[in-house]
Design a protein around this ligand. Structure first.
Ligand code: SAM
Length: 292
């Protein structure tokens, strides 16, 4: 077994050797605690037959832990300066492939088909760049990739919103968007001290287990998300008020909206944040005839 990349001393030595300076704009906060890395990988239930996708390998701290326990790792890294470093640090792991690309622009499905065709299951495991946490997670879920789930480090505040339940102040369109596709749970909160440089915010590790089919069914998915977005537009207002002001021609269609709320058995004076995902599905189907 090789010495961990993620010890404070080895990380410092590697960074100094290459004269690497962190780019805040790329969300570069590297992990320097092998124990946390082990726990991230443990939560992903990886086997020797698993393919792992990593976003932002940095200098390879998490990558090598993934390489040790999985069949193959494919890692997307945007920062060209890290490529020679990764070539050196990951040299002992022939089952790692680094792709120099912005993951938001990458054709991840094609990469999976090409590079992970022979694995039994696929997990996304990453210490995400915090400036693009939500776009990255949403991209991977909306593209309906053949993945079992994600175990990712992110801002604690975002993790709280993703896993929030109805009736809490953290619950909103992000909670619903992600829980529609996955079962979401925070598995661990993480202190700032395990990173270099230390981020300004607290962090957490979240596990998103992809559902076999979305949590609810409705007639029109796009309209369902439009109803949700409208319902949370002004959190202190009632659902009726938000729908009439936010949906197209909502004011003229107020009567139809009241009827749809009644049909969906939702009191018009409730606030959006109290509605469950099932209630939003019912409401969106009841509203649909008035808006198509
Ligand atoms: N995995 C390493 C670790 O845990 O020490 C580094 C994690 S650091 C929080 C985020 C990494 O994502 C950095 O290496 C950064 O360069 C990379 N990154 C930032 N934006 C990216 C993007 N759009 N696509 C791919 N990688 C990105």
């Amino acid at each position: 077994m090789y010495k961990d990349i993620a010890t404070p001393i080895r990380t410092k030595t590697i960074l100094e050797k290459y004269g690497f300076s962190f780019k805040k704009s790329l969300g570069q906060n590297f992990l320097i605690d092998p124990n946390i890395l082990k726990r991230i990988v443990d939560h992903a239930d990886i086997t020797e037959e698993t393919g792992a996708i990593e976003i932002g390998p940095g200098i390879g701290a998490l990558t090598e832990h993934l390489a040790r326990s999985s069949k193959k790792v494919v890692a997307f890294e945007i920062d060209q300066r890290l490529l020679p470093i990764l070539t050196e640090t990951l040299a002992p792991y022939p089952n790692v492939e680094v792709i120099h690309q912005d993951v938001l622009k990458a054709d991840v499905k094609a990469v999976i088909e090409e590079k992970l065709a022979d694995v039994k299951d696929i997990m996304v495991v990453a210490n995400l760049p915090y400036y693009v946490t939500t776009p990255i997670i949403m991209k991977l879920l909306e593209e309906k990739l053949p993945i079992r789930g994600l175990v990712v480090m992110l801002q604690k505040e975002v993790a709280d919103r993703i896993s929030a339940q109805p009736g809490t102040k953290e619950y909103g369109s992000l909670s619903i968007a992600i829980q529609y596709y996955t079962k979401a749970e925070i598995v661990m909160t993480v202190p700032k001290t395990v990173f270099v440089p230390q981020p300004n915010v607290d962090s957490a590790i979240i596990r998103l287990t992809v559902r076999e089919k979305p949590a609810v069914e409705m007639m029109n998915e796009e309209f369902f998300f439009q109803v949700i977005k409208s319902s949370f537009a002004q959190r202190r207002k009632t659902i009726l008020n938000n729908l009439t002001t936010q949906l197209p021609n909502g004011k003229e269609k107020k009567e139809a909206i009241v009827l749809a709320l009644t049909e969906a058995k939702i009191d018009p004076s409730r606030r959006g944040e109290t509605l469950s995902i099932e209630e939003f599905a019912r409401l969106s189907d009841a509203l649909l005839p008035a808006f198509v």
